[in-house]
Design a protein around this ligand. Structure first.
Ligand code: G
Ligand code: G
Ligand code: MN
Length: 535
């Protein structure tokens, strides 16, 4: 039968507890939720009295802290962890890094780092198999001391994690001054659920950690929904009851045998000249350029066929118009605005840019709805390129242009030409289209029937001179028309005799331009010139 021990009982039995192993570590696996691999474990202190049974950490940790016992307890537990790691190595297992908790009281003990280093060396455990967890609240006693300990730990080669991030002790300030390697975000601080404000705060914290290039481990994850939410905002590392409770050494060894290991990755490696720190620094030249770039620009992440906009500049917001705010673009799935075809185009362009590692462009239609402007369809041209990657996650720089007006004009022209061609099939007109780039001519049905042309005439217009449809005497004139069209003339027209019968036809060309104003195709038509009979 368990009995809650009193403060006096904890203090009185402390020496015996260290001696006889009432104090020991449990190991809680830390997982990559996406790959199912283990990234490490946290050692958690437990107290089991032979008579009174298991005691709550929330009971004995504060007692140890208030009675100057925590330092001894932590150093003791650190040695237990080293012994465990050494045992794993010796028995041929692949050990994973184990995090140990540093109390804020340990930080004020002068030779804390020296003490644990001596123990680590005594047991011959590589430093990469141990990670230090300092809590945000350590900073309460003064930044200088924590900073000093952090430096010492780094010098010795320890990865240092910021524990209990989000607990509210001015998280941002602490993060700014302490260069930790990993952030542990405790879901217990968001028991109100991940919906609404809680979710927004968590996603902002994860976002921020990305800017700092610091991986995040979400702690206290109990449900699949929480894990999926964390994954959706780019945090794959998870510790909590969902995967496993803290385990005894024996049970943890079983996990080690079952699961494979992968190292914790920084959330993003920026390539080449892009310097992450500068880029996210509000005062840097990079930020200045981004914010003041004459066109719309955005930074987005791509993973798992999903797009996440991380940052937009003021011109981006202007370019799309619709009176939307930067916040509206950044929150939620940006592809929700896209047409089905636009989605496919965008994703395939993203993939192309990953393969080519070069700038790629696409035009996509999106439907925006805003409170003031109602619904509107907008065509956006995006020039994108990869600027960073971490594992399967890619970071992109994108420049955007609103090309809606050009696109609409283009579509109108295209429609009118198509209507014209339908009409010509009905009337006494021969019609065809000629594509400059391919030198291909596509005749209408009547041309095919009367002039015995195939559906595609190659090597146009040379081919129709060879076929005797156009006459040699018109060659110079006709090639001059084509030249004018290729140089951008809107129309050319004139009368020309066709076929051996020298039948006079009125020939007219209308030029079609692409969205950049470059000639694309010429639509030709020929109508018989009816000469009025002389009376
Ligand atoms: O397992 P959980 O209920 O284990 O732990 C409760 C609290 O005790 C947590 O805030 C945790 O950080 C702290 N804690 C767990 N293990 C240790 C330890 O080894 N040393 C210190 N100082 N705190 C610990
Ligand atoms: O050192 P730190 O305060 O981060 O200790 C982690 C604490 O979280 C420990 O008390 C541990 O037992 C506890 N814990 C681990 N997984 C879960 C979980 O899924 N839910 C909750 N509520 N607590 C957890
Ligand atoms: Mn911890």
């Amino acid at each position: 039968m368990d009995k809650r021990m009193t403060e006096e009982e904890f203090v009185a039995s402390f020496d015996e507890a260290l001696d006889k192993g009432y104090i020991f570590a449990l190991y809680q696996p830390q997982m990559n939720h996406t790959t199912g691999r283990m990234i490490g474990a946290e050692a958690l202190m437990r107290f089991k009295h032979p008579e009174y049974g298991m005691q709550y950490p929330s009971d004995f940790i504060p007692v140890f802290e208030q009675n100057d016992l925590i330092y001894r307890a932590d150093v003791y537990l650190f040695e237990q962890i080293c012994i465990f790691q050494k045992k794993c190595i010796s028995s041929g297992l692949t050990p994973v890094p184990v995090s140990f908790n540093i109390s804020r009281y340990d930080i004020f003990e002068k030779d804390y780092v020296e003490a644990i280093e001596a123990i680590r060396k005594k047991h011959d455990v590589p430093v990469r198999l141990l990670r230090a967890e300092i809590t945000e609240s350590s900073a309460v006693g003064g930044m200088e001391t924590v900073s000093e300990v952090l430096k010492k730990l780094h010098t010795c080669g320890y990865v240092v994690e910021m524990d209990d991030f989000g607990s509210g002790y001015s998280s941002l300030n602490v993060l700014k001054d302490l260069e930790v390697d990993v952030i542990k975000l405790d879901m217990n601080f968001f028991r109100g659920g991940v919906g609404g404000r809680g979710g927004l705060i968590i996603s902002s914290m994860v976002q921020m950690s990305k800017w700092l290039n610091t991986p995040v481990i979400a702690e206290g994850v109990e449900t699949i929904e929480q894990a999926e939410y964390m994954k959706s905002i780019g945090c794959n590392y998870i510790q909590g009851y969902l995967y496993s409770k803290p385990l005894t050494e024996e049970a943890f060894i079983e996990k080690l045998k079952q699961l494979s290991f992968e190292p914790v990755l920084a959330s993003m490696d920026l390539i080449e000249s892009m310097n992450a720190e500068k880029f996210w620094n509000p005062e840097s030249m990079e930020t200045l350029i981004f914010n003041n770039y004459v066109g719309g620009a955005a930074i987005f992440a791509f993973e798992d066929n999903k797009i996440e906009i991380l940052r937009v500049n003021p011109k981006y917001v202007k370019e799309i118009g619709m009176n939307m705010s930067a916040k509206e673009f950044i929150s939620g799935n940006p592809l929700r605005y896209f047409s089905a075809e636009g989605k496919r185009t965008f994703i395939s362009t993203v993939k192309k840019a990953i393969r080519s590692n070069d700038e790629e462009t696409c035009d996509t239609w999106r439907t925006f709805e805003s409170r003031c402007c109602g619904e509107d369809k907008i065509c956006i041209r995006t020039d994108m390129r990869v600027i960073g990657r971490a594992g399967e996650r890619y970071l992109f720089y994108a420049m955007i242009h609103n090309v809606t007006a050009e696109k609409k004009r283009y579509i109108e022209l295209f429609d009118s030409e198509r209507r014209f061609r339908f009409a010509s099939e009905q009337a006494n007109i021969y019609a065809w289209e000629f594509t400059y780039a391919t030198r291909e001519m596509r005749p209408c049905f009547r041309c095919m029937r009367d002039l015995h042309l195939p559906p595609v005439v190659k090597n146009y217009p040379e081919a129709v001179f060879e076929a005797g449809i156009f006459l040699e005497e018109s060659r110079e004139q006709y090639f001059d028309w084509i030249r004018q069209l290729e140089e951008g003339a809107e129309h050319v027209e004139g009368i020309m005799p066709l076929t051996v019968g020298r039948v006079p036809f009125y020939i007219r060309y209308t030029n079609e331009f692409d969205e950049n104003g470059k000639p694309l195709k010429a639509y030709g038509s020929a109508t018989l010139v009816i000469e009025e009979e002389e009376s």
